[in-house]
Design a protein around this ligand. Structure first.
Ligand code: CP
Ligand code: NVA
Length: 312
């Protein structure tokens, strides 16, 4: 079953296929009304079910629009509105929903729940963010980089600065699969997941871990940050203090390569992890990045449903 739980599931070739399809479909519908279905309506008659255990703006709207543009429809629910919230098990939920929809997307507090859903579903399951990873977002980030730079991501250098979190973990995985250099700068004690780091390095990934933001910025073509307090985490004063030197501001951006772009998965906490001047400045590609969630998710759906890349 071609689930999209993490980037490694699609391997490098699958990720390249997904990115190429996303670029192609975006170009093919340039200037169209957003709700018009793509000319080939490849998923006509299909239904995507989405379950949210945590809030979402981009993931919810982009998956919904992705399905519509492919000719499919969606059912969206928060976990709390389902019997899941009253103790129905994930395996039973997986079995039931697999009889009703063609693919499932889950945003959850726990990566284990996602894996359990996939284990018991007989339709593809997509990771819409867990505490451990956020693979769909990182695919949109890479698409945005390629679009802005006019070249493939392979061989570029990225800097991630801030809290070592689900975004960092997926970037680490992406760097090792798509062969770009990643320099992670995080406060001591806020390192990304050591297991994901070890797997990526064993795969040959070129990933550096530093505890100053300046070291991360060396030779960077792309600078990425994320919120210092992820959903479900408590806002500890000590953590915010430790993260403060890692703020992406004009002075830090000046240490990246000239022409480097700035990415943030959003929502941003303006003037915490990033200043207004960077968010709204000429190097920022965050609005393209948000739009590209839609385009890349279309390609992920097509990959999961065996329409591209031989995933079936
Ligand atoms: N970047 C992202 O996943 O945003 P949402 O939480 O709004 O879905
Ligand atoms: N790290 C953030 C990403 C939000 C899209 C979180 O998990 O809240």
């Amino acid at each position: 079953m071609p689930h999209f739980l993490d980037l490694a599931a699609a391997e490098s070739a699958g990720l390249r296929t997904i990115l190429d399809e996303a670029h192609r479909r975006k170009a093919a519908r340039a200037g169209w009304p957003k709700g018009r279905v793509d000319a080939d309506a490849p998923l006509a008659g299909h239904v995507l079910g989405m379950i949210f255990e945590k809030p979402s703006t981009r993931t919810r709207f982009s998956f919904d629009m992705a399905a519509r543009q492919l000719g499919a429809t969606t059912i969206v629910s928060s976990a709390g509105e389902m019997q899941l919230g009253r103790g129905e098990t994930i395996p039973d939920t997986a079995r039931v929903l697999s009889r009703m929809v063609d693919a499932l997307m889950l945003r959850t507090n726990s990566h284990d729940k996602l894996e359990k859903l996939a284990q018991h579903a007989s339709v593809p399951v997509i990771n819409g963010l867990t505490d451990l990873t956020h693979p769909c977002q990182v695919m949109a980030d890479i698409m945005t980089f390629e679009e802005r730079m006019g070249r493939a991501v392979t061989g570029s250098t990225w800097a991630y600065v801030g809290d070592g979190n689900n975004m960092t973990n997926s970037l680490i995985e992406a760097a090792s699969l798509l062969k770009f250099d990643l320099r992670v700068g995080v406060p001591r004690g806020l390192d990304p997941d050591p297991g994901m780091m070890a797997t990526a390095c064993a795969r040959g990934g070129c990933i550096g871990l530093y505890h100053t933001p300046q070291e991360a910025m060396v030779n960077a073509d792309c600078v990425v940050t994320d919120t210092w307090v992820s959903m479900g985490q408590s806002e500890a004063k000590e953590k915010l203090a430790a993260c403060t030197p890692f703020q992406v501001n004009d002075a830090l951006m000046a240490q990246a390569n000239p022409g480097a772009i700035f990415l943030h998965c959003l929502p941003a906490h303006r003037n915490e992890e990033v200043t207004d001047s960077v968010m709204d400045g000429p190097q920022s590609a965050v609005w393209d990045e948000a739009e590209n969630r839609l385009h890349v998710q279309k390609a992920i759906l097509l990959w999961c449903l065996g329409r591209i890349g031989g995933a079936d």
